[in-house]
Design a protein around this ligand. Structure first.
Ligand code: SF4
Length: 281
């Protein structure tokens, strides 16, 4: 690439390889980090021209599919957004009927965060292409350290016994890996010039990111979110019918409870999987 020193090009390549590394449990374990990355830890991206020449689209999409697989997805596909099933029932069945344990617990889940069905149909229809990827829960031998977990009240308030901390720790890791995968694909696309690239993730960010404080500061008066890499829940907020999407992509039956369920809450955890989705252009 003209105009860049050998060192700069080497640094771009070093960070590209870093992004394409498999996301291991250790990469997302430990207490959640709230502070922004230091300068020297901030990834560098090879600059791209904008708008992106149309003829580069298929090469770039193939690269994002490759990135999803490099990070640990078991399959990844380019999807025409017309094939992303949106269904008003995804909100009701996904979050409200019956009510999800995490309903109203954070600013990225209903009913705190809702958009109209028409609005979200329009939003996704503004894109032509997306990348979808299938992710299996990470194999975790020992209970990972994820920092303090203070989520008992979301179980005990309903009279249930306190939850198994090991189960929560495994799900915190699983959800953080899904968020990190979406973040990296979106970042790669953004710096390739797809400035409107948007990740559609699932699962309660309260569990992934705020288990240490058991509450969501963003839903408190004058409060705001502690993070810049979380987004509204795709099932409840974007009405994405992941059951239908999984079938359409040939990935098999999605578990009861859908993309937000915890494997431990499903009848057959062995066939559990998650779907990641990033709208590209
Ligand atoms: S503060 Fe935590 S729980 Fe609230 S929206 Fe942000 S990540 Fe989610």
């Amino acid at each position: 690439m003209e105009g860049y020193s050998k060192e700069q090009l080497e640094e771009f390549e070093r960070w590209r390889q870093q992004r394409h590394k498999r996301i291991e449990v250790a990469d997302v374990a430990g207490p959640v980090r709230v502070a922004p990355a230091k300068m020297e830890e901030t990834p560098r991206f090879e600059p791209a021209t904008w708008p992106v020449p149309r003829h580069e689209l298929s090469k770039n999409l193939a690269k994002y599919v490759g990135l999803a697989l490099d990070m640990g997805a078991v399959d990844a596909k380019i999807v025409n957004t017309k094939d992303i099933p949106q269904d008003l029932r995804a909100y009701y069945v996904g979050c409200v009927i019956p009510s999800c344990r995490w309903l109203n617990s954070n600013a990225n889940c209903p009913t705190v965060r809702t958009f109209s069905f028409e609005h979200m149909k329009k939003f996704i229809s503004e894109y032509d292409l997306a990348v979808a990827y299938k992710v299996l829960p990470p194999k975790i031998e020992e209970v990972p350290d994820v920092g303090p977990i203070q989520l008992d009240m979301y179980y005990t308030m309903g009279g249930a016994p306190a939850p198994d901390k090991a189960m929560l720790a495994r799900n915190i890791i699983r959800l953080r890996i899904l968020l990190e995968m979406a973040r990296r694909i979106r970042a790669e696309a953004y710096y390739d010039g797809y400035l409107m690239a948007a990740p559609l993730t699932s699962g309660p960010c309260l569990v992934a990111k705020c288990a240490d404080i058991r509450r969501c500061p963003a839903i408190e008066k004058g409060g705001h979110c502690r993070f810049v890499d979380v987004q509204p829940n795709a099932s409840g907020c974007a009405y994405v019918n992941f059951y239908a999407l999984g079938k359409k992509l040939g990935w098999g039956e999605l578990q009861v409870g859908g993309n937000c369920a915890f494997p431990e809450d499903t009848p057959d955890p062995a066939s559990y999987y998650n779907i990641g989705l990033v709208l590209i252009d």
